[in-house]
Design a protein around this ligand. Sequence first.
Ligand code: ZN
Length: 219
Amino acid sequence: MAQKKIPGTNLIAQNIFCIGRNYAEHAKELNNPIPTSPVVFIKPTSSIIYDKENLIIPSQSKRVDHEVEIVLVIGKDGKNISEADAYKYISHIGVGLDFTARDLQDKAKEKSLPWSIAKGFDTFAAISHFHPYDGNLEKLSNISFNLTVNNEVRQRGNSKNMLFSIPAIIAFLSTIYTLSEGDLIFTGTPEGIAPLNAGDKMTAQIEDWATLSLGVVSA
Ligand code: ZN
């Protein structure tokens, strides 16, 4: 199995946990209810791509959307982590794109099937270079990030608008999964998701920490 490195760290990517519907305005734009506990799904590490690479729109989908998200790297193992201690488990923070075959996801939702196909194609988890996290707890609730497509701003987000905060996400996930050094957590996308076309150029930015530039090609 090809191991996927985490840029800016010495770590190999382990699990990829993702949170859905974590910003109220995004839940609304897809006509989804506001969740009362975090919506969780998992992506395979085979879906990881890096800065300057291309999203490949698979032949099975007619609509692949961008979802720009804050991505956390877990720096030590933990289970049943308290919200108060959660920040101690973050080693790095970066920006990522959770690509979604929306048409396939809609079909899955209709039939109450899992999202593993809609979320899991090769190239569907893009990650930036990661910035070391300095342990500043307040900063976790004021991280800004954005996405431009063809030089036009499409999505702007700030972690202060999350329905479930970064510490709450870590605490919740750790009640189910043992978190491990090298796990990645995609923390959900703000409003403004839209379909991508071959030839589009995307740039995601988080604070002055990292940028992630990607192209789009068809399979
Ligand atoms: Zn997402």
